[in-house]
Ligand binder design. Sequence first.
Ligand code: F6R
Length: 365
Amino acid sequence: EKGGYEHFMIKEIMEQPEAIRKTISPRIRNGEVVLDDLKLSARDLEEMDRLYIIACGSSYHVGMAAKYVMEKLLRKPVEVTLASEFRYCEPIVTPNTLALVISQSGETIDTLAAMREARRLGARVISIVNVVGSTIARESDGVLYTWAGPEIAVATTKAYSTQLAVVYLIALYAARLLGTITAQEYDAILAELQRVPDKLEQILNHKEDIQYFATLYFNRHSMFFIGRNLDYAVGLEGSLKLKEISYIHSEAYAAGELKHGTISLIEPGTLVVALAGYTPLFEKTVSNAVEVKSRGADVLGLTTQAMATALKGTADHVIAIPETHPILLPSLEVVPMQLFAYYTALQRGCDIDKPRNLAKSVTVE
Ligand code: F6R
């Protein structure tokens, strides 16, 4: 059942290239994204006053990446809210508000309740769901399934990756309808999206490199994940993965925010994972890595192959990922973060597939 792997989590990590292929290929025809299930017209999108993205946990982190992607490509305000907060915050919803709900299980009670609230207030609701026929899928106006197959490990991996792939499809589709993207940019992103599975295979073929870094750092008390923009969104997920399965305290911070308080927690022995794949802000993140390094932290850097040498000037070690369109970086960056969490937990002898206090599907408030 684990296909020769020691845990479901690593099996599911390894399944990601195929899961993404299955999720995107039926929705790309003749170089165009086709999302008939969405039933969104150009007019619906033009009139849209706001997009709310509603989710919990890792699905919320996909939403964080989606906010950067959608605002960049659609030039429309996007608000990402935790489902448990959305319910009770008197959200500003009009008939022109669109809600995008993201859930692997399709049964998370907070997400379901928030979705019902959005609907009650008049929003149109579309969802990205993995479990076919689940409650959230059934109650949505339009659902886009992630074809990741059953996810058994409590810590999500392939659901996250396929949710993100669907986000890119929606963003491209909507940007084309709205006319906010050039044909050249559209083609470039779509072509690169289709190359993501192969690039993930390259990363997964070298998973022992990440395992090596885990053996260096698995006994640290505290870890920080820093990055800006899309790198920050991935840092949130890297930090959650690590803490949920390895029980190491960790936090993700927008790199520029550290100096407003959190940097006081950096001391010799703290590991800082510096995500610096997003080229436009590379220098900014590097300067934040220098700040933590000078306070005694060890720095594990993550960037693209082209920037690896530059990052080595600051970081103790660097994880280099293949080049891609900058907007697609989260799809590649998240996998080394999953592997790092997995191998760290493995090194610590944790119950990886069933971490303490956690359930796969959270059906209580
Ligand atoms: C973390 C994890 C959780 C879920 C969250 C939402 O690895 O799996 O944070 O992402 O409980 O679950 P779904 O997506 O099923 O609504």
